[in-house]
Design a protein around this ligand. Structure first.
Ligand code: ADP
Ligand code: ZN
Length: 300
């Protein structure tokens, strides 16, 4: 597609902004910490104004931490909605960029963004139905079903599902402010740290923490396999830098499904079923660029 596109990956701790057309053609990129909405959004706006030296933008994609309103028919389309992040609830985000830059703006969740990046240029090329989950400060999931980004009532919140929690084996009550021991409350980076009293990255690879982590993630993923029938599940986020988790999670899924789902992918190709992102930590911002291209192609 002709023209230059902008992308914003808006995270709870940092923003990444880029201008280009794809992974091999990023003309300018920046990252800065997420502070107040005004300061952070103005900094992003200044970046795109300055980036006009490379040419006019044909469109902008924004993928954001949430919850967000991704429904184009809603009066609050493009807003961050009820986030507990101080100062950010009910932030006018995409409409503000549309007004200030005068370009078509695509808007979605951070995880749908990363999923779209992986679909276009990464580990999900050619797949119609797959999931992307991040296991980091929080747990979130997005993806495509039948070639379309997952939306509905709002958007999926796969990190907040309930998984069996044996309090004898694991007395940790869970860290989610809304649900206590939902998946995020049991298996996010901060949950691991609170349970074991040490930063997750400092726990050795053979620590009991990882067996428990693989168990919770295996339970969640086997539920997602039964619900959505994904062709692949991509796992990103800081916690998945513990790469020993991948074979452990694959093993859990096979045990939990117990041969019921008859696909060779779950038997001898399971190594290609649960995988890390091919685009690494660039999946989000590249997905934002892909979203901008999609929005322009759709004539939004
Ligand atoms: P965010 O979720 O804020 O976008 P990350 O995906 O990097 O950022 O997740 C940060 C979380 O991941 C932190 O809670 C941290 O404990 C955890 N984490 C980061 N690096 C590692 C690592 N090497 N091993 C285990 N956990 C990690
Ligand atoms: Zn929760």
């Amino acid at each position: 597609m002709a023209g230059l596109f902008g992308g914003i990956e808006a995270g709870g701790t940092k923003f990444v902004c880029a201008v280009g057309t794809g992974p091999e053609d990023i003309r300018q990129q920046t990252r800065f910490p997420t502070t107040s909405p005004d300061e952070t959004l103005n900094r992003a706006l200044d970046f795109f104004r300055e980036a006009r030296q490379h040419g006019e933008l044909a469109g902008l994609g924004i993928v954001s931490f949430g919850p967000v309103d991704p429904d184009p028919a809603s009066p609050h389309f493009g807003f961050i909605t009820t986030t507990p992040k101080p100062g950010w609830a009910h932030t006018d985000f995409a409409p503000r960029f549309q007004r200030s830059l005068g370009v078509t703006v695509g808007f979605d969740t951070d995880v749908n963004g990363a999923a779209l990046g992986e679909a276009r240029w990464g580990a999900a090329r050619g797949l119609q139905t797959f999931l992307y989950l991040t296991i980091g400060t929080g747990i979130g999931g997005g993806g495509l079903a039948g070639g379309q980004l997952l939306h509905g009532l709002l958007h999926p919140e796969m990190g907040h599902i309930r998984v069996p929690h044996d309090r004898n084996e694991d007395p940790f009550p869970g860290s989610c402010p809304f649900h206590g021991d939902c998946l995020e409350g049991l298996a996010s980076g901060p949950a691991i740290e609170q349970r074991w009293g040490r930063a997750a990255r400092e726990l050795p690879a053979d620590h009991a923490a990882w067996e428990l982590e693989a168990k919770y993630l295996g339970l969640a993923l086997s539920n997602f396999v039964c619900t959505l029938s994904p062709q692949r599940i991509i796992l990103g986020g800081g916690v998945m830098e513990q790469t020993q988790l991948f074979p452990m999670i694959r093993h859990q899924i096979r045990q939990l499904l117990n041969g019921y789902i008859q696909s060779p992918v779950l038997q001898d190709q399971i190594d290609q079923f649960v995988v890390p992102p091919e685009l690494g930590n660039r999946a989000g911002v590249l997905g934002a660029i892909a979203l901008a291209q999609q929005a322009v192609a759709a004539g939004n």
